[in-house]
Design a protein around this ligand. Sequence first.
Ligand code: KIV
Ligand code: ZN
Length: 513
Amino acid sequence: MTDTVRIFDTTLRDGEQSPGASMNTAEKLDIARQLVRLGVDVIEAGFPISSPGDFESVRRVGEEVGDAAIVCALTRAVPKDIEVAAEALEGIARPRIHTGIGVSDNHLRHKFKISREEALERAEKAVRLARAHTDDVEFYAEDAGRADPAFLYRMLEVAIAAGATVVNIPDTTGYAYPEVFGALVAGVCENVAGIEDVTISVHCHNDLGMATANSLAAVKAGARQVECTINGIGERAGNTALEEVVMALRQRPDVFGVDTRINTREIVRASRLVSSITGILVQPNKSIVGANAFAHSSGIHQDGVLKERSTYEIIDPAEVGAGGSSIVLTARSGRHALRHRLEDLGYELPDDEFERVYDAFLDVADKKKEVYDEDLEAIVGESERTVDEVYHLAQVHVSCGDPGIPTATVELVSREGEHLIDSSHGNGPVDAVYNAINRIVAVPNDLTEFSVQSVTRGIDAMGEVTIRVRSEDGRVFTGRGAHPDIIVASAKAYTNALNRLLVSQKKADIEEL
Ligand code: KIV
Ligand code: ZN
């Protein structure tokens, strides 16, 4: 029987640490449902002590997932973190606490300012406390990729003796190379007492573009859990991409001799969902999930693929769910057909949200006649973005041209129901709209990125605008908006980004109290 490698997905935790990728609870639940359809073994749902929002997300994801996956909460080796994580996980079918501390001398000296002996003591106490709350405790030795292997072995031994059931060897800074990282894991297998009774996990970052290669080298050396994110999003250059590890193991049993439980046909859908929710676009040449991953442009290649697909394709696109569906909805499709299609796409919406989506669907169907899956994803995303709204865009009107002074009037409705109208001019229609919104919202920010993409093909396609704004304290917020009119989509995206900024300021104020 083929040995199984567990897939630990941290899109909702490390993935959310990508600048501008913060998600609201409804968005996290959509991703969690898709992770269940993918068949991941573990979902790291958040870091409960970090904010009330993260606490709530862990709890809600746990309720949603039931026993379909282990739901994991991150903590530092700090008693209060562990108590709060245990509280967030209470009542969840398969809870896991993920606790740990730095193991490299760099982290101990500069970050923790403690000795190796003190680090061992904290590690032991943290694991014992976590075990008092749950039987499933994963211990991470942060920055293991730069640590003294002999000290790493000692720390893992202490964690195992204290009750850890999984030990995680993170290459936190993406410093390792496949040979070196594989050797480190082999060293752990040989030198750590009790290692045969626990699962070895690896958690690699992609600073040198080695995250997938390092994770695979670790699997060859004995790791049986890989931590990864959809599309490889995550802190700095990101984490190991789930789709890359899974497909490498599936494609090359001759090399690895192990497999995962992942339903690979859900990969592209997961990729699109995460990209749509976080606003982090997938580069076209990205392996497995990029728009060009199965596109053949040279005549020689096209000829080869037409004769026999395997000449230039090592993966059948259908195996990862690429290729798209041919279902097209129209204004006459009706509620039942829409709900059915949304469920196929992975969206189970409560009745009130479904009605909002249905109205928006009719609006889009009126304008563009045929509504594709990508349009539906944009419409649902649009509806979910309204969950935490401080301001709702009621209407926008622009006048522009050459010659002419681009001028915009916008109406926003505040959460309290106040209707606020203002106008402004600008360098162009979008600038004018943003100036008008700024006059109402009056929160200092810099617009650092603006991009517009069409969701589907054709002149009547929906436009999806993604923007990033930087707040005064340097934090980045992503905003997205979709509409057949790209000026309206731009206004929605900006309002969405400012809403996220305002909500996060409110949370920070609450935490300071
Ligand atoms: O990169 C890292 O070391 C982490 C740990 C918290 C597992 O994200
Ligand atoms: Zn990480």
